[in-house]
Design a binder for this molecule. Sequence first.
Ligand SMILES: Cc1cc2nc3c(=O)[nH]c(=O)nc-3n(C[C@H](O)[C@H](O)[C@H](O)COP(=O)(O)OP(=O)(O)OC[C@H]3O[C@@H](n4cnc5c(N)ncnc54)[C@H](O)[C@@H]3O)c2cc1C
Length: 279
Amino acid sequence: MHLFDAAAEIGGQFNMAKRIPGKEEFYETLRYFGKMIEKNGVNLHLNTRVDAGFLIQQQFREVVLATGISPRKPQIEGINHPKVLSYIDVLLHRQPVGKKVAVIGAGGIGFDVSIFLTDEGTTGESDQQRISDYREEWGIDTSYQHRGGLTQPKKEHAPRELWMLQRSKGKVGDRLGKTTGWAHRLTLKNRGVRMWSEVNYVKIDDAGLHITLKGQPQVLEVDNIIICAGQYPLRELQEPLTQAGIKVHLIGGAKEAGELDAKRAIEEGWALTGMRDED
Ligand SMILES: Cc1cc2nc3c(=O)[nH]c(=O)nc-3n(C[C@H](O)[C@H](O)[C@H](O)COP(=O)(O)OP(=O)(O)OC[C@H]3O[C@@H](n4cnc5c(N)ncnc54)[C@H](O)[C@@H]3O)c2cc1C
C-alpha cells in the first residue's frame, strides 16, 4: 500500500483546521493517523505530487483519490488585487493579515477564519491556560460563588476589526451546526465582528471592498479581503486513470466538497479497507 501526498506532512486540510482556536484536538487526530500509517506499514511518500501517467506506469490496480478540494474564487472585479487572500494563504501559508479585514463567505470555514483572526492568541499555550481563558470568556464560575455558577463574561479585546459577509439572505451562520453555531456567532459578536447578509460585491481596489448592502452602496476600507467562498472537488486524475482501466475510488472532498466534513471523508476511507487484502 502506497500513500502519496504533495505536501510535506500528512493531514491535508486538517493542518489548517488544527490552527483554529478550539480545534487543537486535530493535532492529536493527525498524530494518531501518523502512528497508524507507521504501524500498518504503509509506504508514505511525502512531498510527492503524482499525476495519472506516474500511477499508470507504476501499474496500480486500484487508486483511492483523496485529493481534496480547490477553493472557489468568486468573480469580482479586482479579485487578483494584492489585498485579496484565500483562507489557505492565511491558515496554511501564514500570510500576514492587516488590522481591518473583510471575510467573504460565512460557511464553516468563514467562521473558523474569523475566529482565528479575532482571537487574542492563546492558541499554543497550556491546556490549563486555555481552560481558564474559556471560563472567563463565558463567565463560568467553577467555585460556585455566584448564582447558577455564572459570572459576568470577560469582554475580549479582538486584535482586528472584522466584517463577515454573505451574499445570501437570512441570518449569517444559519447553516452551521445546531449545537455549535450559536456559540460561534456569540463569540464573534462579543468580539465586535459585524455579520452582514444580502451583500453584493461590486469591486476590490486600493480603497478596499466596494459593496452594496441591501441595495445601499458603501466601501469597506479594509487591509485584506479573505475569500472563504466554497470549494470544488479536485479530481482531475479520475478520468485518465479510469480510461486506463484502473479502478478509481473517490473519497472525501474529491468526491463531494462540503467544507467541514472530515467524518464523511474518514468513513469513506474506512469503508474501502476491504481492499487491503488484495495488496
Ligand atoms: C479551516 C478548516 C477547518 C475545518 N474544520 C473541520 C471540522 O471542524 N470538522 C470537520 O469535520 N472538518 C473540518 N474541516 C474539513 C476537513 O479538514 C476536510 O473535510 C478533510 O480534510 C477532507 O479530507 P480529504 O482527505 O478529502 O482531503 P484534504 O484534507 O483536502 O487532503 C487532500 C490531500 O491531497 C493532497 N493532494 C492533492 N492532489 C495531489 C496529487 N496530485 N498528488 C499528491 N497529493 C495530492 C493534498 O496535498 C492534500 O494533503 C476543516 C477544514 C478547514 C480548511
